[in-house]
Design a protein around this ligand. Structure first.
Ligand code: SIN
Length: 288
């Protein structure tokens, strides 16, 4: 059976049918999936829950695996992730066992961000698999950063083209301060890498805005006031509904998104319900 691509959002998102994730992708299918990914930026696969090893095998069929950010940055003080979970898997969950979280991000909103933009060589893609989902809330939205860049008014584009942005490592997208990091009192001094504000996708050749996240973002050479004014104006442009597609999760869903041209946000949900997601990441290049 051939693979079928069903577009879901106005400017991004598509469901892929006819691919069985329980079996390692052959190169022909993997190439078709990559082609659809480059066109639609976020792909949805529906099916029964997969084991961690199957999720890893699926990821390896598409590229090299990247470790979760806590391992890349050697972060201490994170959740008590089960010893049976392979180190390539990142657990995103609000569930607590013996009083300790078993995963990251809790139940509050995870604000708009690009995964791990706060490391020097961020992952190309993220693959998130739903094992338990709440009855409502916890939807994940995606934002097309090619479209956001291509429609940016000239007056803003000329101020951001060629600039670098500092990506603060201190806080998670849910607002928690990472263990061992001091509170940021001056965004110009926040720890984290500089990346180009506009990056060229290494495979499609298209340009996309690369903002990381709004909190503590800092554009080189600007005063704090100029920075806030410029980033507020850019973010106002970016957060238009026409660039966004929102996904309501079902158990078994696998979503794969391209961190080089997509940002995402997870809405809050009731902390008395359980949400467990396992994530792998595809290794990427230094943004340029
Ligand atoms: C993430 O930010 O990678 C997690 C998204 C989600 O929990 O839906």
């Amino acid at each position: 059976m051939g693979i079928e691509t069903v577009p879901l959002g106005e400017t991004l998102g598509a469901e892929i049918r006819g691919v069985d994730l329980r079996h390692r992708l052959d190169e022909k299918v993997a190439e078709a999936v990559r082609t659809a990914w480059h066109e639609h930026l976020v792909l949805l696969f529906r099916g029964a829950p997969l084991s961690d090893q199957k999720l890893i095998d699926f990821t390896l069929g598409l590229g090299d695996l990247e470790f979760p950010p806590s391992k890349i940055l050697n972060l201490a003080g994170g959740p008590a992730i089960g010893s049976d979970i392979p180190s390539e898997i990142n657990v995103i969950s609000n569930v607590k066992e013996n009083g300790k979280p078993i995963g990251h991000l809790g139940a509050s909103e995870a604000t708009w961000h690009t995964d791990s933009a706060f490391v020097e060589v961020p992952p190309a893609g993220s693959i998130l698999h739903a094992l338990e989902v709440p009855p409502s809330g916890g939807n994940t939205s995606f934002l097309n950063m090619y479209a956001a860049y291509e429609t940016l008014p000239d007056a803003l584009r000329s101020r951001i083209d060629g600039k670098k942005i500092k990506h603060d490592q201190t806080y998670t997208s849910a607002g928690g301060r990472r263990h061992g990091y001091d509170a940021v009192t001056d965004i110009r001094e926040a720890p984290g890498p500089w990346h180009p504000a506009v990056r060229t996708h290494p495979e499609t050749g298209r340009k996309a805005l690369y903002l990381g996240r709004r909190m503590n973002g800092y554009v080189e050479d600007l005063s704090v006031e100029e920075n806030e004014e410029l980033l507020d104006a850019i973010w106002e442009h970016v957060l238009q509904p026409k660039f966004i597609w929102e996904h309501k999760w079902s158990v078994g869903d696998v979503l794969m998104w391209d961190n080089r041209c997509v940002m995402h946000r997870r809405e809050a949900f009731d902390d008395s319900s359980r949400r467990i997601m396992h994530r792998t990441q595809l290794a990427g290049d230094r943004p340029s």
